[in-house]
Ligand binder design. Structure first.
Ligand code: UGA
Length: 423
């Protein structure tokens, strides 16, 4: 099939490469010339396991990136994959969706072929019906029925996005007519996953509800973990016992310093605003966010019990990315922790295997180290903030510290004397 993808960000790029891997002819529209060049050269600007290898196979063959919309009229489907960041009011900012619809609509103007517009971006329920459909029809001048509409949310985890795309738990396709939904379904032919067909709004809501539920599991574990900590109980032992109930399952019950990233905080916040708009008080969702705001500060509280006055003390911070296997620091829980430490006059020496450079752009004032050993040398305390597996191998490196106060915010360390945030 001939597929166009609008937006060469993380979702658009991964989807384009994986569509090409599924055998489709893909045209990726991206306004940033640097990204276009890098994609066509087979060198992605983002780090994602397996991505570079697949791109090097498909770039210039069945995947082409371009800055213009010229390839749209010849494609069967266009997937909108632009960002929907959190707006100033906490709601989803749909400005990139609006401009993508305008350009996409204009490009479909002088074309008689049936075309399906698929929204893959995470958008609040009602967006496809109330914004995307009227806008594309207006700018294209086409009649309803000549263009089909569908919503096909993504459930890709950063770091595992290629694996998640190729082995999905489910494929959700929302449409208000059969034909566009069928066409989207045929794109995924060959993938062994249940396909859920719904209306447009339900598919939009499935994405928000999924992310909100996963965020809820994490905040729940963190709250139980905070109680466990006071009672001298290991929350990981507790959650192992809880998660083996198949009605609950063991995933996303890892307590720690909370969830970050470009998705959970933004999507839960958008859902809270959506609930407010329709007159529902989102009691549970607000609490999920409240726990997540408080959780990073708990690790500083624990530190202050061992090191009363941290002013002028060297604190090694291991892990800056919002999770392992990525250099992404958006909404990383390391940010509030480091700000709190700096505000109290501590001297922060940070190390992350991949995210030093991206964190330096946000917090330039702290010291960035080339290795864990360098950060730990002469440190008065160490906080572990990202679940990088390699931190589990650290052992004699802790002997470099001036005083051995080690607090694990992610349950990755294997050394016996590390104190856990919730265990
Ligand atoms: C998340 C969802 O998992 C994807 O399904 C979804 O497609 C994506 O958002 C999105 O909306 O695009 P992602 O943000 O890449 O994916 O990362 P996750 O692996 O879900 O982790 C999010 C945060 O939760 C991280 O900070 C991680 O450290 C934290 N976490 C995760 C916990 O604190 N405990 C856990 O048990 C699991």
């Amino acid at each position: 099939m001939r597929i166009s993808v609008i937006g060469g960000g993380y979702v658009g790029l991964v989807s384009s490469i994986c569509f090409a891997e599924l055998g489709h002819l893909v045209s990726l529209v991206e306004i940033d010339p640097e990204k276009v060049e890098s994609i066509n050269l087979g060198k992605p600007l983002i780090y994602e396991k397996g991505l570079k290898q697949l791109l090097s196979i498909h770039a210039g063959r069945n995947l082409h990136a371009r800055q213009n919309y010229d390839a749209i009229p010849a494609s069967d489907l266009s997937f909108i994959c632009v960002g929907t960041p959190q707006g100033d009011d906490g709601y989803a900012d749909l400005s990139m969706i609006r401009s993508a619809c305008r350009s996409l609509g204009q490009s479909l103007k002088d074309n008689d072929d049936y075309h399906v517009v698929v929204v893959k971006s995470t958008v609040p329920p009602g967006t496809t019906e109330d914004l995307v459909m009227p806008s594309i029809l207006e700018y294209s001048g086409r009649e309803p029925g000549e263009i089909g509409f569908a919503i096909n949310p993504e459930f890709l985890r950063e770091g595992l996005a290629v694996q998640d795309f190729m082995n999905p738990d489910r494929i959700v396709i929302g449409s208000n007519e059969k034909r566009p939904g069928d066409l989207v379904e045929s794109v995924y032919h060959g993938l062994a996953a249940p396909i859920i067909r719904t209306g447009l709004k339900s598919a939009e809501m499935i994405k928000y509800a999924s992310n909100a539920f996963l965020a809820t599991k994490i905040s729940f574990s963190n709250e139980i973990g905070n109680v466990c900590k006071r009672l001298g109980i290991d929350v990981y032992e507790v959650m192992k016992g809880v998660g083996l109930d198949h009605r609950i399952n063991p995933y996303f019950l890892n307590a720690g310093i909370g969830f970050g990233g470009s998705c959970f905080p933004k999507d839960v916040s958008a859902l809270i605003h959506l609930a407010d708009r329709v007159g529902v008080t989102p009691v549970l969702l607000r609490s999920v966010m409240d726990v997540n705001e408080q959780q990073p500060l708990k690790i500083v509280e624990i530190l202050l019990k061992s090191v009363k006055d941290i002013k002028g003390k060297r604190v090694a911070v291991l892990g800056l990315a919002f999770k392992n296997d990525t250099d992404d620091v958006r909404e990383s829980r390391a940010i509030p922790v480091i700000k709190e430490l700096v505000g109290r006059g501590a001297l922060v020496a940070a190390y992350d295997p991949k995210a030093n450079a991206s964190m330096r752009e946000i917090l330039p004032e702290i010291e960035y180290c080339k290795s864990a050993s360098q950060a730990l040398t002469d440190a008065d305390a160490c906080l572990v903030l990202t679940e990088w597996p390699e931190f589990g191998d650290l052992n004699k490196e802790f002997e470099l510290m001036r005083s051995r106060v080690i607090i694990d915010g992610r349950r990755v360390l294997s050394c016996r004397d590390a104190e856990g945030i919730c265990w």
